[in-house]
Design a binder for this molecule. Structure first.
Ligand SMILES: [Zn+2]
Length: 429
C-alpha cells in the first residue's frame, strides 16, 4: 500500500470513530464532576484491567486499591529501552487487532519502537483536539496546512473525518518552490500545523500567508522563534508538547499561554532518578500514564524529557495543571552554516523509513553532515541514494548530507553503552 492509500485507509478507519469522538467531545464540554473524579475513575478502570491482562504489570502481583493512585505509586517507572528489551510482555493478552492501530516512534537513542493504540485512545485524543480547536476559535471544518512533512508527496490534500471533518493539506519534498507557495496561498489555511523550524522555512518559501493561528509541536519553541513566527504570520502561536506514546501531553492555554496538561487522558508525574514523585515546582523527569490505552499500556512511562509541575494555577481558571518544560526535548540539534539550529529528530525519523538496521547522524563541522548507516539485508544502493536525497531535502539543502555505510564498530555509543542516533562534536567545543 502506498503512502496515500495508507493515509486514506487510516482516515476512513478513524472516521468510523467520529460518532464516539463527538459524543466524548460533548461530554467534555458538559462535564459533571471534577477533573480529579474523572482521573480516579479512569485510572481505576485502566489498572483494574491491565494489572490482570498485561504480563509485565501482572508480574508485580498488585491488587487494585480503593485509591488507584496508591496502586500506581507502587508500580516502577518504565523506559522505552525496557519496553523494547522485552517487547511482548508489555501487550495485553486479550488484544483485539481490529480495535488497534500502530505508530512507529523513534528517538535519538536506539532503534524505532512500534506503538499500538486502541480506538478508545484515538477517540479521546480527537475529542480533546476538537475542544482545543473551539477554544482557539477555529471552525469545525478548519483547513490545516502541514508543511515540509518529510515523508509526504509534493502536495496532498484530504479530509480527516475523525478530527471534525477538517481539511488537511501537506507537502514534503519541494521541487518547485514557486508552485508549492502558490498552492499554499490558494489553500488559504486557517491553521499552520508544524514544527517551529518548519514554520520559519514556510515563511521563507511562501511569504504573506495569513492563517488564524500557527500550532507548533515537536521541537522546543524559543521566545525568539515564537516572536518571529507571530510577527510574520500576524497570528498567535499555540504550542503543544507530546509524544507518540501518549499523544498530546500539554497544550497552550488560549488566553494565557501556559501549558495545560491534558489531564482527562494522561496522568503526569515529575520524578527523580529512583522514580519517586517530586513536589510541584521541582524539576525532574516527566513520567506519563496514558489513561486509555489498555492494549499496550504506558503506565509511569519515562518520556526522556525534563520539566516541572507548576505550583501555581493558570489565571484562566481551568482545572488542568500547568507543566513547565525545562530543557525541552533532549534530542539534540543540528547546527546549520548560518548558525541556526534544527531538531535532529526529523532527519532521524526520515532515514529510519528506509531499510537500515541502525543509523547515527554525526556533525563534525558546519560544512557537511555525515549519517552512518548499517543497511538491512534488503537495502539496495538505490534505497541509500533516495535516503540521501530525502535527507538533503529535509534540511532544505542548507547543509549537505552524506550517507556512509558503517559496521557496528564504527558507531559511537554513550558511556552507558546506549545507542546514540546523534553525535555532535560541535557541542563539546
Ligand atoms: Zn489557562
Amino acid at each position: 500500500m502506498g503512502r496515500r492509500e495508507g493515509v486514506v485507509a487510516d482516515a476512513v478507519r478513524q472516521g468510523r470513530l467520529f460518532g464516539r469522538t463527538y459524543q466524548a467531545f460533548l461530554d467534555y464540554r458538559e462535564r459533571n464532576g471534577s477533573l480529579r473524579e474523572w482521573q480516579c475513575e479512569r485510572l481505576s478502570a485502566l489498572l483494574g484491567r491491565v494489572l490482570l491482562t498485561v504480563p509485565a504489570l501482572r508480574a508485580h502481583g498488585l491488587e487494585l486499591a480503593e485509591d488507584p493512585f496508591e496502586t500506581l505509586a507502587r508500580l516502577p517507572t518504565v523506559t522505552k529501552q525496557q519496553i523494547r528489551g522485552d517487547y511482548r510482555v508489555h501487550f495485553a493478552e486479550d488484544i483485539d487487532p481490529a480495535d488497534c492501530a500502530s505508530v512507529v516512534t523513534s528517538g535519538t537513542t536506539g532503534v524505532p519502537l512500534k506503538i499500538v493504540h486502541n480506538s478508545e485512545h484515538f477517540v479521546h485524543v480527537n475529542a480533546l483536539a476538537l475542544r482545543r480547536a473551539f477554544d482557539y476559535g477555529l471552525p469545525l471544518d478548519r483547513k490545516v496546512l502541514r508543511p515540509f512533512k518529510s515523508e509526504a508527496d509534493e502536495w496532498f490534500e484530504y479530509t480527516v473525518p475523525s478530527a471534525g471533518f477538517l481539511r488537511f493539506a501537506e507537502f514534503g519534498f519541494v521541487r518547485d518552490e514557486a508552485a508549492i507557495a502558490r498552492r499554499c496561498h490558494e489553500f488559504a489555511p486557517d491553521v499552520v500545523f508544524t514544527h517551529p523550524s518548519r514554520a520559519l522555512a514556510l515563511r521563507d518559501m511562501a511569504p504573506g500567508l495569513r492563517p488564524r493561528i500557527v500550532q507548533t509541536f515537536g521541537e522546543q519553541l524559543t521566545d525568539a522563534g515564537r516572536a518571529a513566527i507571530e510577527e510574520h504570520f500576524q497570528a498567535p502561536v499555540r504550542d503543544c508538547y507530546g509524544t507518540n506514546e501518549a499523544s498530546t501531553i500539554a497544550a497552550q492555554c488560549p488566553e494565557f499561554g501556559s501549558y495545560h496538561i491534558e489531564g482527562e487522558r494522561v496522568w503526569v508525574e515529575i520524578v527523580d532518578d529512583s522514580g519517586t514523585p517530586l513536589p510541584d515546582g521541582v524539576e525532574g523527569d516527566i513520567v506519563v500514564t496514558n489513561l486509555f490505552n489498555t492494549v499496550m499500556p504506558f503506565v509511569r512511562y519515562r518520556t526522556g524529557d525534563v520539566g516541572a509541575l507548576s505550583d501555581q494555577r493558570c489565571p484562566c481558571g481551568r482545572e488542568q495543571k500547568v507543566l513547565r518544560l525545562i530543557a525541552g526535548r533532549q534530542h539534540g540539534a543540528i547546527t546549520l552554516p548560518d548558525g541556526t539550529r534544527t531538531d535532529v529528530l526529523r532527519l532521524v525519523k526520515l532515514i529510519e523509513r528506509f531499510p537500515v538496521e541502525r543509523l547515527q547522524v554525526v556533525q563534525a563541522d558546519t560544512t557537511e553532515l555525515t549519517v552512518l548507516v548499517d543497511p538491512a539485508a534488503s537495502c539496495t544502493d538505490e534505497d541509500l541514494r533516495r535516503a540521501a536525497e530525502a535527507a538533503n531535502a529535509a534540511l532544505h539543502h542548507r547543509l549537505p548530507v552524506r550517507l556512509r555505510r558503517a559496521g557496528a564498530g564504527e558507531f559511537t555509543e554513550s558511556s552507558a553503552g546506549k545507542h546514540l542516533n546523534f553525535v555532535s562534536l560541535l557541542e563539546n567545543r
